[in-house]
Ligand binder design. Sequence first.
Ligand SMILES: Cc1cc2nc3c(=O)[nH]c(=O)nc-3n(C[C@H](O)[C@H](O)[C@H](O)COP(=O)(O)O)c2cc1C
Length: 180
Amino acid sequence: MKIEVEYLQFMWPMRHFLITCGEIGGKSNIIAVSFCMPVSKEPPLIACAIGKEAYSCKLIESAKEFIVNVPPKELRPKIYYCGFHSGYQIDKFKETNLTPQPARKVRAPIIKECVAHMECKVKQEIETGDKNLFISEVVEAYADEAIVKGERKAEYAKGDFPRKVYSTRFKRWLSTAQRK
Ligand SMILES: Cc1cc2nc3c(=O)[nH]c(=O)nc-3n(C[C@H](O)[C@H](O)[C@H](O)COP(=O)(O)O)c2cc1C
């Protein structure tokens, strides 16, 4: 017997990414994203679905560029922090102690603590349901040398959307873990 499920239930676990947008030295922001996938090799295109109400959506719509940063799994508390707070209210770089550094071809900062970075320029924006889909060309892609050469191993952050654990206990854990 098969029973009905919420469609997303069997799409998890998904990789978690940290997208940076805005401008280094100006208004910049970090959003946790899992709805992010490659959609073409030539040209290199990535599609990311960003909630219409997210501050990041507004920044990406205006700058037409952003960066997909690949966080190691040790950054999980900070990923959740960025995924449960909005840049409309707080400065996530300040609150998480993640370090913004200049990128190569876009104005948004990369996150130093992440292991790889894909700088993207928006080619097409499609309104889906509650999200806008940004189909974007990867104009630069680079990563920590030791990882590329296999001298250092990194495990990447992935998992379920932590909806079920977003309890008072989880919120308390987040507020202390994020600053470590
Ligand atoms: C693990 C994880 C994955 C997420 N994936 C997405 C996603 O793919 N797209 C999206 O719009 N929001 C996603 N979110 C939620 C946003 O990160 C969240 O709404 C955030 O507060 C928006 O921040 P902003 O208003 O500063 O842009 C995810 C959250 C978590 C914790």
